[in-house]
Design a protein around this ligand. Structure first.
Ligand code: OXD
Ligand code: MN
Length: 626
């Protein structure tokens, strides 16, 4: 350690905390902590090991500092973010790039020197009077080829506590790997607080320095902007995966039970707020993860792990009928942090819970009663659309036994899905890996939700549901997917799901629980047990298979009319979608792989030929089993 670093650390850390840091023999880490101390000037520094007393300390400080308020159910607390800090802020989330580097139009970036000066300017003295917490985590199972270490420095006990629920402890791993590891680093300050809430949200910045692999986040508390190992390190992991030949994805990981006790694993990429967690939590199935997955090829198979070990989920519409397992976890004693819900008499409330909402209480806007308006004069909802819960996977009755398996689980299928009211059928399977990556993954669109700030309900390009986090040129990102499994004897099958298709009357054509039938169909397709009808865009289920599955899975009748309206091929909408997607890949992305345009052109030709023969809207009965 150089003299200057040593002096800063000795002057600012108590003996105990200094010793904990020094046990990690990594000079770069010591410099990073010293730099953060010098920049942010905290009153003290707490270095957290994996010891239960350190974790308990953080949990109790989150309450003592009033960042979380205890609720009546033991273990439950509630945190509020400010009214303008209720979702990921894409506008102010940027990559810092050296001159000459360009990630293309779809990726938000700024000049490195300028950006560093700006964000470090906001971080200067930001922790005055507060404690800086230094925490270590392991992304992916420990002692695994998938594992990546991470260190977070933050002045928010809420952030540090949430991370404890969401990630595997990493101090011991960090110690074991010492100087022989690459790791990710996040520096966060909530900035000036008024009533426990970040006050300077206009100066919110989330900047990702691709050079030093450091993420800076300031003047915000919303976990999507501050819990560094969620979306912030996803961006750095995508670069690492690109260098090393694996994939870092915005994907759930779920085990689906098939006939004769078989379990088949699926990854699923859905944009935020589009059914990802509820797919991972389907009753009777097993959850490995609900948000982030690393995928590697091992011994000729695609294997995947959950980067995390907890859930930061959208609470809206969690009710005993649609999400029984989560609902039970949210209403029983146990460690849960609620955020931006309505609190009345120490109990959390949210929309779509199946219970009546009270007419008054406290929410992110302060005391609330029905009819309260926001600054634009609009009715303030009781709980925010993006209100959340944070909990550990451990303890959930449906937890998959392989969550911490160092080899991960073998992936049988990949699902892409967005919020699409008018184009894709509820479920379809691509013809092969390349066709799936291009026409399903790279062609994904989704209507925006309030998981990010801005207008909801606008159709947006969302390749692999990962556009917000891609940190390499987009063409290269897709090429990595094309190359990844194309050389495997049996690559995972690729499917698309659309839970949000509407009929002519504007009503959803499916119930929330129908997704369970689609994944059961996929499971049997992976094992070649069911036929599919071949349409110009992919394979779709046959009526009699769905009729059986609706009865078996949901104990529901499924009529030929339902099948026909849900699985009618909407040629007009599919062609318009191709126009939009082709235009983007042709004109807005500089390094689009040639094969992507060829495969889209083939899809167009198939759609146009079929349209000439069968018209604009083609019922599924017109398509023969392949
Ligand atoms: C999330 C998100 O919180 O994608 O998972 O916003
Ligand atoms: Mn997500």
């Amino acid at each position: 350690m150089d003299d200057r670093t040593g002096k800063i650390l000795r002057d600012n850390l108590s003996d105990d905390n200094y010793a904990k840091l020094m046990r990690l023999a990594n000079p770069k880490l010591h410099r990073l902590v010293a730099d953060a101390v010098e920049l942010c000037r905290p009153a003290s520094v707490f270095v957290a090991s994996d010891a239960p007393e350190d974790i308990r300390y953080i949990r109790s400080k989150a309450v003592e500092a009033a960042e979380e308020k205890p609720l009546v159910t033991p273990g439950h607390t509630c945190h509020f973010d400010g009214p303008n800090d209720q979702g990921r802020d894409k506008e102010v989330t940027k990559y810092l790039l050296k001159p000459g580097l360009d990630l293309g139009k779809h990726i938000n970036a700024t000049d490195r020197e300028k950006g560093l000066a700006e964000v470090r300017g906001y971080l200067k003295d930001s922790m005055a009077g507060r404690q800086m917490i230094v925490r270590f985590f392991c992304l992916g199972p420990t002692r695994s080829v998938f594992a990546i270490s991470g260190v977070q420095m933050t002045d928010s006990f809420y952030v540090a506590h949430s991370e404890d629920l969401l990630y595997r402890p990493g101090y011991e791993q960090f110690k074991a790997l010492g100087d022989s590891q690459e790791y990710l680093c996040v520096l966060h300050s909530a900035g000036r607080l008024v009533d426990g809430v970040s006050a300077d949200v206009d100066n919110k910045r989330i900047y990702i320095d691709l050079d030093d692999e450091v993420v800076y986040s300031v003047n915000t508390q919303y976990a999507g902007n501050t819990v560094g190992f969620k979306k912030l390190s996803l961006r750095l992991a995508i670069r690492k995966a690109d260098r090393e030949g694996w994939l870092s994805e915005h994907m759930l990981l779920v085990g689906i039970r098939g006939p004769r006790g078989r379990v088949t694993y699926f990854t699923g990429a859905f944009p935020s707020g589009c059914g990802k967690t509820s797919t991972a939590m389907l009753p009777g199935e097993t959850i490995v993860g609900d948000d982030l997955a690393y995928l590697r090829k091992i011994d000729g198979e695609v294997r995947a792990v959950n980067v995390e070990s907890g859930i930061f989920g959208i609470i809206r519409d969690v009710n005993p009928k649609d999400d029984p397992v989560i609902y039970a976890a949210l209403t029983s004693p146990g460690e849960v942090v609620f955020s931006n819900v309505l609190v009345k008499d120490g109990k959390p409330h949210w929309e779509g819970s199946g219970r009546n909402l009270p007419d008054e209480g406290v929410n992110y806007s302060g005391p609330w009663r029905r009819g309260k308006k926001d600054s634009a004069g609009k009715d303030l909802p009781p709980a925010h659309w993006n209100a959340r819960y944070t909990l550990r996977l451990a303890g959930l009755p449906n937890l998959d036994p392989h969550l911490h398996d160092p080899d991960g689980v073998a992936v049988g299928g990949v699902i892409y899905g967005g919020r699409d009211s008018d184009t894709w059928v509820p479920v379809q399977q691509s013809f092969d890996w390349t066709h799936g990556v291009i026409t399903l993954g790279a062609s994904l669109e989704s209507e925006t939700t309030l998981a990010t700030l801005g207008q909801a309900g606008v159709r947006a390009f969302q390749p692999m549901s990962n556009l917000d986090f891609v940190s390499i040129p987009l063409g290269r990102y897709v090429k990595n997917h094309l190359d990844f499994a194309a050389d495997l004897k049996k690559p995972p099958l690729i499917f698309a799901a659309n839970y949000y298709l509407k009929g002519k009357d504007g009503k959803y054509l499916n119930g929330m629980t129908d997704k369970h039938v689609w994944v059961k169909w996929m499971e049997q397709r992976v094992h070649d047990e069911l036929a599919a009808a071949k349409t110009p865009t992919g394979g779709i289920p046959l009526y009699h298979d769905l009729k059986r599955l609706f009865r078996e899975v949901l104990d529901k009748d499924y009529t030929p009319d339902q099948y026909s309206s849900q699985f009618t091929l909407r040629v007009v909408e599919n062609l318009s979608k191709l126009d939009r997607i082709e235009k983007i890949w042709r004109t807005e992305v500089a390094d689009t792989p040639e094969v992507l345009l060829t495969v889209l052109a083939e899809q167009r030709r198939r759609l146009e030929d079929t349209r000439r023969k069968l018209g604009d809207y083609i019922p599924p009965s017109e398509f023969a089993p392949a």
